[in-house]
Design a protein around this ligand. Sequence first.
Ligand SMILES: Cc1cc2nc3c(=O)[nH]c(=O)nc-3n(C[C@H](O)[C@H](O)[C@H](O)COP(=O)(O)O)c2cc1C
Ligand SMILES: Nc1ncnc2c1ncn2[C@@H]1O[C@H](COP(=O)(O)OP(=O)(O)O)[C@@H](O)[C@H]1O
Length: 323
Amino acid sequence: MAPERELIRGLHNLRSCHRGCVATIGSFDGVHLGHQAIIAQLNRRARELGLPSVAIIFEPQPHEYFSGERAPARLMRFKEKVLALFDAGVDRVLCLQFNEKLRSLSAQGFIQRILVDGLNIGHLVVGDDFRFGCDRSGDYHLLQRVGQQAGFSVEDTATVEIRGARVSSTRIRAALEAADFELAETLLGRPYRITGRVAPGRALGRQLGAPTANVRLQRYRSPLVGVYTVRVSATRGPQLVDGRKAVDGVANVGFRPTVEGAGAEPLLEVNLFDFDGDLYGRELAVEFCHKLRDEEKFASLEALKARIARDIAEAKTWFAQNP
Ligand SMILES: Cc1cc2nc3c(=O)[nH]c(=O)nc-3n(C[C@H](O)[C@H](O)[C@H](O)COP(=O)(O)O)c2cc1C
Ligand SMILES: Nc1ncnc2c1ncn2[C@@H]1O[C@H](COP(=O)(O)OP(=O)(O)O)[C@@H](O)[C@H]1O
């Protein structure tokens, strides 16, 4: 019997029942086809050994810890990532806070504290370029050497290549920034989407002729900024429109410079076509199809309103041509 899916936040929440497992470690931003190959291998081993599978991830992602504001955009927020890892079949996610204490842990210390004392792993699966520990000093060979003494085995996974290049979060980010949603989907193994709960805004949308369901992107920087055609569905609960899996719409992702000052939080706002219901509190999945334009600062609300009307018309034309 597979154990219940479980998110464990921090080493201090590990219990004796978590000891004994097959693990992998990484950032897993995007849970793309390369990550999915690692997880498939992880789950094969977990079944063979009769142990649960665990993905060890970090928050913030190490990249973000080191680069701060200059860190690259995230493909997924924390919660989206955890759900995608569960979807890919891992039994447990152990999320470690990436801070100075973790950063300064030596590679040996990392293995001892987390893999041995914390999880007592039986087997570890890592990507082909995996590095860890202070100054990235730990690698596959060190893991193998220490594993032999500590009683766990280690294997690495082959690089997944598509269209002549390695699948990577960086490549997907670049595809999204270039609005190449077809390439992003090919590398992710599913369409690129943002999911989240609809929150109240300033109720300006209706005045602008387009009510918008708002999903907060929190502190995360999105790889998308601009106006897009989208397909929207509910991730749980009843369908948005009876008998239809998804509803067409138009979305703005960004900072709304016309109505907000500097430092506004990034927001995803969606106007659903031929829809007139209440979406507050619902969990939406917004799948991006096509970019219409960049976000602009308009001289007046009237100008913004006129432009949004044109966006909606252009989006409808796009959907008519791309059913
Ligand atoms: C299709 C669409 C395009 C938009 N484009 C822009 C834009 O280029 N510049 C901008 O400042 N805001 C843009 N917005 C955001 C509006 O400013 C925002 O929807 C409005 O402030 C409503 O906010 P509210 O949800 O808080 O009521 C756009 C919104 C939509 C739906
Ligand atoms: N066609 C539609 N597209 C998006 N939201 C809609 C639509 N029709 C009604 N709504 C509702 O209106 C809300 C958005 O209205 P809006 O005036 O933009 O207010 P707010 O600023 O609170 O988002 C949505 O959260 C949703 O509940």
